[in-house]
Design a protein around this ligand. Structure first.
Ligand code: DLL
Length: 441
């Protein structure tokens, strides 16, 4: 059964009255719960432990009876333990960083890809995209959902897509200029970098046709929006998503730019108290918990995103009725997003533990310099290594740099520091100094 009719703007769904929407969500939730209970042993076991049977979930109001799912479940069930369909039904794998060296992966059926495509197409349409547009996709293509996700959505809209992928600023600007890109899809920090580089490279901003951008994959601020809108003379829209649920397009901004509408016919959102897991009412800040209600390949029940935000169900001037999420104001875990790449301190720690001569004491210092994230990894040397030759120390430094790049996927500046120079803490050790001022936590 095809759940999605793949419309790029669907007022019958996007502007549906909330009561009918709840009825639709209830029906889809019941189907999802029955599907995973029958096909995914972990879900069945968890539900049995919680004493919940599929028939206990009569509607969306019963959702809080269901157990949560966590990133650790994806890690423990890696790669295919959470699939709810035979592997032959899966047509795509996408992934993102896990807490260890291994990525977490999600499997998509053909219908899951269709639903995801529709969610991105709605997002781009809401940001003004149409058939006449030339959309430059500067999110990375590959396991990361940004590139392919934006690409699929832009194709569905019928626009001309330029699949640039990330990096190579000079070529990005040349193509944007020469082909007359009208929409840019990339991380907000890279967009600012492009806007600044454009002037440095001697281009006149008036020669560009850009009119809007869909920016996401990392936290950003209203100040960054203002800067982006000014740099390119565009409308800058926020777009949110995560691999476990679909990828970009889970939520998107409309022209009101007052929160991101969650595609609630496909994904049900709750806010919970991060400490107790108790559901919180709309309007209160807490952890976003998402349930896929139309995904069949690897459905997610009450997935703890660790993202902190507020949900708003008050009417929006655009006419869409789907609930809006605020900007992400923090994380409940220690995940950092560096140049669009999710980074967990535990990944860096596992790299360090495999290198002789370094102590397991480290500090991550993150700055944003010229709109680009800079990650410095301060690592303590052991007493023995400290007295070694400069050449030996340089070798260790190179090795750590290479390993971090290969395991974590980001270039870091490694700074070796003398033994016992990193402050020890009595409680939970502080491993991160983030000077970017992006979140309120
Ligand atoms: O970042 C999907 C995506 C691609 C979204 C392109 C938007 C545009 P992951 O790599 O799995 O997926 O990372 C998901 O990134 O839990 C948030 O912490 C963060 N994130 C994504 N979008 C936003 C946003 C993609 N608009 C994690 N604002 C999420 C703040 C965001 N944080």
């Amino acid at each position: 059964m095809k759940i999605s009719e793949n419309k790029i703007y669907d007022p019958a769904i996007e502007c549906m009255d909330r009561e009918s929407l709840r009825a639709l969500q209830s029906e889809r939730l019941r189907a999802t719960v029955a599907h995973v209970y029958a096909n995914v042993p972990v879900y069945r076991q968890r539900m049995d432990e919680a004493g919940v049977k599929p028939e206990d979930i009569r509607g969306i109001e019963d959702i809080s009876k269901l157990p949560f799912t966590n990133k650790t479940d994806l890690r423990d069930q890696f790669p295919f333990g959470l699939l709810a369909v035979p592997q032959s039904e899966i047509v795509r794998i996408q992934g993102s960083s896990g807490t260890t060296g291994k990525p977490i992966v999600s499997g998509y059926t053909e219908n899951d890809v269709e639903v995801w495509t529709e969610m991105v197409a709605r997002s781009l349409t809401s940001a003004g995209a149409g058939k006449e547009d030339i959309i430059q996709v500067t999110y990375g293509y590959g396991l990361f959902t940004g590139g392919l996700g934006a690409h699929q959505g832009a194709s569905r809209v019928g626009a001309m897509v330029i699949p640039m992928s990330s990096g190579n600023t000079q070529r990005q600007l040349m193509m944007m200029h020469d082909l007359g890109s009208t929409m840019l899809c990339c991380t907000p920090s890279y967009a600012i970098f492009l806007g600044e580089s454009l002037r440095e490279m001697g281009y006149d901003p008036k020669e560009f046709r850009l009119k809007s951008g869909c920016f996401g994959a990392e936290p950003w601020t209203e100040e960054m929006r203002e800067k982006l809108e000014e740099l390119f003379d565009i409308n800058a829209y926020n777009i949110y998503g995560l691999t476990e649920i679909a990828g970009p397009g889970v939520a998107f901004e409309c022209p009101a730019k007052n929160g991101m509408h969650i595609n609630e016919d496909h994904v049900y959102a709750e806010i919970v108290d991060p400490a107790t897991g108790e559901p919180l009412p709309y309007g209160e800040s807490g952890e976003l918990v998402l349930t896929t209600i139309s995904k069949t390949g690897m459905p997610m029940l009450r997935y703890r995103t660790h993202d902190i935000c507020v949900l708003d169900e008050t009417p929006c001037s655009c006419g869409r009725t789907h609930v809006r999420m605020s900007r992400i104001t923090g994380r409940t875990d220690d995940m950092l997003i560096i140049r669009g790449v999710n980074v967990f301190p535990s990944q860096i720690e596992s790299v360090l533990l495999q290198i002789p001569g370094v102590a397991p004491h480290y500090m991550l210092v993150v700055d944003r310099i010229n709109s680009t994230d800079r990650l410095e990894v301060q690592v303590e040397l052991t007493d023995e290594m400290f007295s070694d030759t400069v050449a030996d120390i340089q070798k260790i430094k190179n090795r750590i740099t290479e390993q971090i790049k290969s395991v974590v996927g980001v270039a870091a500046i490694v700074k070796l520091v003398p033994p016992k120079s990193i402050p020890r803490s009595e409680g939970k050790s502080k491993r991160i100094i983030d000077n970017r001022g992006l979140t309120s936590k």
